[in-house]
Design a protein around this ligand. Structure first.
Ligand code: VGL
Ligand code: ZN
Length: 209
């Protein structure tokens, strides 16, 4: 198979057990994208992944706010924060990448969500845009100008990773059939696609990659 040029990278977002059926923050049908992502990887030389990687005391967990429930909103250090079930705790099995996901050609993994005081949806920056995972610098250092994004979840980490990629000047592609939404509201996934398109993300399907 002909590989993409070396100015092109694939970013695989958060394909971890806790975001897959049976996981703590399960994305419906999230497992369906795994064989597809394995196929897509064959077209890329430069492949990186992101990993949601929270300390137990992370303030995005409802369990760390007595009396609050999953899905409620709080103010977290000045940012609106939706409260999540405990998920992707550092070192837990739920934080591992799915065993069927081919990791053999990954060049790097960028962990995010380590600061308990701020959530981190994007693979580049935390939600306050203060902390930086190093992904942007890594891609630039490797001469990357085009970024393809896939993984979980379409309406959170995939969306914010794609939006930040655009903001950093990368030509950015969402592989729409290689992602699935949480859909706390049933239209969140579609709305995320609309937001990405509006920001200049090219929405493609895997056959077009
Ligand atoms: C994610 C919610 C909380 C994601 C991570 O990977 O989309 N969503 N943490
Ligand atoms: Zn998280």
């Amino acid at each position: 198979m002909e590989k993409k040029k070396d100015n092109t990278a694939l970013v695989i977002v958060d394909v971890q057990y806790d975001f897959l059926p049976g996981g703590a923050l399960a994305v419906a049908y999230g497992d369906q994208i795994i064989p597809l992502i394995n196929q897509i990887q064959k077209k890329f030389d430069l492949i990186v992944a992101t990993q949601d990687w929270h300390p137990e005391e992370h303030q995005s967990f409802a369990a760390n706010h007595p009396g609050k429930k999953n899905g409620e909103f709080i103010d977290l250090n000045g940012l609106e924060q939706i409260l999540w079930p405990v998920h992707c705790v550092q070192g837990s099995s739920g934080a591992e990448f799915h065993a069927d996901l081919d990791q053999s050609r990954w060049k790097a993994v960028f962990q995010k969500g380590k600061n308990p005081e701020v959530d981190s949806y994007s693979g580049f920056f935390d939600n306050a845009r203060r902390g930086d995972t190093g992904l942007g610098e890594y891609l630039k250092t490797h001469g990357v100008s085009k970024v393809y994004v896939c993984g979980l979840a379409q309406d959170y980490c995939v969306k914010f990773t794609a939006l930040d990629a655009v903001s950093l000047g990368f030509e950015t592609f969402l592989i729409a059939d290689a992602t699935r939404p949480v859909n706390l509201n049933s239209t969140d996934g579609d709305q995320a696609i609309a937001e990405m398109k509006k920001a200049g993300v090219h929405v493609v399907i895997s056959d077009q990659v």
